[in-house]
Design a protein around this ligand. Structure first.
Ligand code: UFG
Length: 340
């Protein structure tokens, strides 16, 4: 019997890798994606890696009727909810779009869990809920949350709050917030990966697009921070590890008898600076990466990385891949894109 799992945003960067991990572990992923922020190339990649046509519904999850039809059609074992806007800067310019899409979509999905008796739910949250860590740079799930800097951050912060209130009102559900650190890398086949629309905001796509020649140089946003080399420090997690974390989370939820709500950090537990990324990229790929030091970017956290022990203890999951693997895979994906 098929174990259907709804993956909203399943044609996106993290969603597509999770679709593969789900199928590899015996689930039947059902993608709901309207492709507003996804690309057909990823769909072709999914086909070639999966070896079959993925179950895909081109719907906007903010549309109640479309979601009702989907929940009527399948009896889902669980839902993994990725579909959301994710660009911090854009969210400052278009806050209403972010609140509309990210919060209405989440509320709509939660309503359908209730009406269709689907118990297991995994939410794409973010380490952005911790803000700039005060004192200790390694944050655990018990580190107090702080108010975010951007409307995007608020949608994750409020998303967790909505889920907490939903849990109080319907405690039979099994709910998990996965707080991602910085997802990077691509599938080792180089057939799916991150596909930023327009100029990338995030570091890794900018690095690979610079190396391939789309930009003359990378700008490092500040090298005068109080860190070991002056540049900001993040916990970069390979998207393959991140995808597996979702399957581990779902397996865990399915095996629980009682309703619950948990938050789990998904990171490596290691911090890497922007300058270290540049050096590692050059070392791993043999390509030189021109860069300049620019001014600080407003709103940047200086240093943060995960305490990743809860994921290991609760889910039996930990990261297997390192930043070198991620850079190698991201570069192979960029090179593949250049052949299209
Ligand atoms: N950076 C550069 N140059 C660039 C792009 C980024 O130096 O061209 C630096 C940033 O200043 C930062 C680091 O690279 O120090 C990582 O930046 P990203 O934009 O890749 O990632 P962020 O850590 O800023 O953002 C990520 C997610 C957000 C999330 C946030 C929470 O992309 O969704 O973490 O901290 F909200």
């Amino acid at each position: 019997m098929n174990k259907f799992v709804l993956v909203t945003g399943g044609a996106g960067y993290i969603g597509s890798h999770t679709v593969i991990a789900l199928q590899q572990q015996g689930y039947t992923p059902v993608i709901a994606d309207d492709f507003r922020n996804a690309n057909q190339i990823v769909l072709e990649g999914l086909r070639s890696i999966l070896g079959n046509e993925p179950l895909l519904h081109r719907i906007d999850i903010c549309e109640d009727q479309a979601l009702t039809r989907l929940f009527d059609q399948y009896q889902f074992e669980g839902v993994i909810h990725f579909a959301a806007y994710k660009a911090v800067g854009e969210s400052v310019e278009k806050p209403l779009d972010y609140y509309q899409n990210n919060l209405v979509g989440l509320i709509n999905v939660l309503r359908h869990l209730s009406t269709h008796h689907v118990k297991n739910f995994v939410f794409s949250s973010s380490c952005t809920v911790y803000g700039e860590p005060k004192g200790e740079k390694e944050v655990s799930e018990t580190t107090p949350k702080q108010l975010p800097e951007s409307p995007y951050g608020y949608t994750k912060w409020m998303g967790e709050q909505i889920i907490a209130d939903f849990h109080r009102s319907t405690p039979q559900h099994k709910l998990m917030n996965l707080r991602y650190f910085n997802p990077v890398g691509a599938h080792p086949s180089a057939r799916i990966g991150e596909f930023p629309i327009g100029k990338p905001n995030n570091l890794l796509p900018f690095v690979t697009q610079t190396a391939i020649g789309k930009y003359p140089h990378l700008t490092i946003f500040g090298a005068d921070y109080p860190t070991r080399d002056g540049s900001c420090i993040r916990d970069y997690i390979h998207v393959q590890d991140l995808a597996e974390a979702h399957v581990a989370a779902l397996n865990f939820l399915i095996n629980q008898e009682d309703g619950l709500l948990e938050a789990v950090n998904i990171g490596t537990g290691r911090g890497t600076s922007v300058l270290e990324i540049v050096a590692a990229f050059e070392r791993v790929t043999g390509h030189s990466l021109p860069y300049i030091i620019g001014p600080r970017r407003q709103g940047d956290v200086i240093e943060i990385y995960a305490n990743a022990t809860k994921g290991e203890q609760l889910l039996g999951w930990k990261s297997r891949l390192n930043i070198e693997d991620a850079l190698k895979d991201a570069w192979a994906w960029e090179q593949y894109l250049a052949t299209l």
